[in-house]
Design a protein around this ligand. Sequence first.
Ligand code: FES
Length: 295
Amino acid sequence: MSAAAIIAIAVGAVVVLAAVSFFTLARRSDVRGAGALSGETLTRDKAHRKDSRAFEATATSGATRSAAEAEAEGTASRGTGTALAKVEDEPALVPWVAPDPEAIGVSRRQFFNRATVTLMTAGLGTFAAAAFVGFLWPTGTGGFGGSVPAGKLANIKAGINQGGGFFYVPEARSWITEYPSEALPLAATIYPDSLLKAMNQGIVVLSQKCPHLGCRVPECATSQWFECQCHGSQYNRVGEKKAGPAPRGMDRHPADITPGGDVVINTGIVVPGPAIGVNTTGQEAEGPHCTSGSH
Ligand code: FES
């Protein structure tokens, strides 16, 4: 996945989150909460208040009757059983049960708050997943860490001659130098097949990174070696260590040569440089050194 795709996904996620947040915050705050009374409840409340007022009116008028009249009326009603019959006819009261808060429903404010949190979580999760996949996705061809085309073999060899023995491929962060054919028998006993493919075609691909502490190792035109400016490690032209604090020779990358003669460097593979003491070409310094590496 390209960096542009990752950025597009990230921008889309941010825009969606911003829109949802803005919509939520822009809403008026008069949305009723879960504790508000429903219309049905208010209607019942009004009816109850009306009944209460009627009862109070009846009680007030009854207060004007005399005690004797009230007793006589009670005795009469007991005798006939009318009052008891009326009570028995009343429908049974249903005990009130508090409603389940979860069953009341979700207000709009709660809905939008939950939706915002859910969308933000989903957006951030998507962004993190996209970034993680993009980080792990193979880079394919054309960039460091993958396969880097270096040009035609013939052109590279011409470039080595023009460069005084050294050819630099910036996209691969690597040097290419010529490997002498007379040294191949000894090289075959030391280097792996992945490197010998290119060496048999007359070239070796060396990482520019010094195996000591990682500085970029430049060529030295006078000595015809590689000589690191940081701490003075020196390597011959095929990257075998000659002097200095480096723990081994220069690291290498395998390279394929296609039937059409194109050289493709696999920078995704780093083959550690040969051990100290390996000197397959026997090349000595051909002039003054560029650094003061000790032998
Ligand atoms: S980094 Fe090259 S010699 Fe130390």
